[in-house]
Design a protein around this ligand. Structure first.
Ligand code: FE2
Ligand code: FE2
Length: 134
């Protein structure tokens, strides 16, 4: 792949909002950090790339804790599979941190498109719908 395939993703309320403000705000931050990582790669700023990936990892811990607390509080029946998806994410970020050059760019694109956006619009939405129905 080349860098022209590295596309930033903007927040889209209609497909990404899960209907819980705290979670939506955190997802917006998640997208911002990922977009910053893309910017850093596009401008070939290696220290910024390392910093944004570190930030991504730390933010993920914080955000997944928020969702885990909500799942526990509401006794969410699908918390097991949701939790496993978050573990997969951590593996993905570790791969990103270890990859370099084009491999890292490809990983980041797949992360953004296949993981982050899909997880928000399906898995997280399902959790939020369950909470909002209670
Ligand atoms: Fe989430
Ligand atoms: Fe989630």
């Amino acid at each position: 792949m080349n860098k022209s395939e590295l596309k930033k993703v903007n927040w889209m309320n209609s497909t990404m909002s899960v209907g819980i403000e705290k979670i939506d705000d955190q997802h917006k931050n998640f997208l911002d950090i990922t977009n910053n990582a893309i910017d850093a790669i596009l401008s070939d700023n290696q220290s910024a790339v390392a910093n944004t990936l570190k930030e991504l990892k730390e933010y993920a811990h914080y955000h997944f804790k928020t969702e885990a607390d909500l799942m526990a509080e509401h006794e969410y029946p699908e918390s097991g599979s949701h939790h496993n998806a978050h573990i997969d994410f951590h593996d993905k970020v570790a791969e990103l941190e270890n990859a370099e050059g084009e491999a890292r760019e490809a990983e980041l694109v797949s992360f953004m498109q296949n993981w982050l956006v899909r997880h928000i619009s399906s898995t997280d939405k399902k959790l939020a719908n369950y909470i909002n129905r209670q």
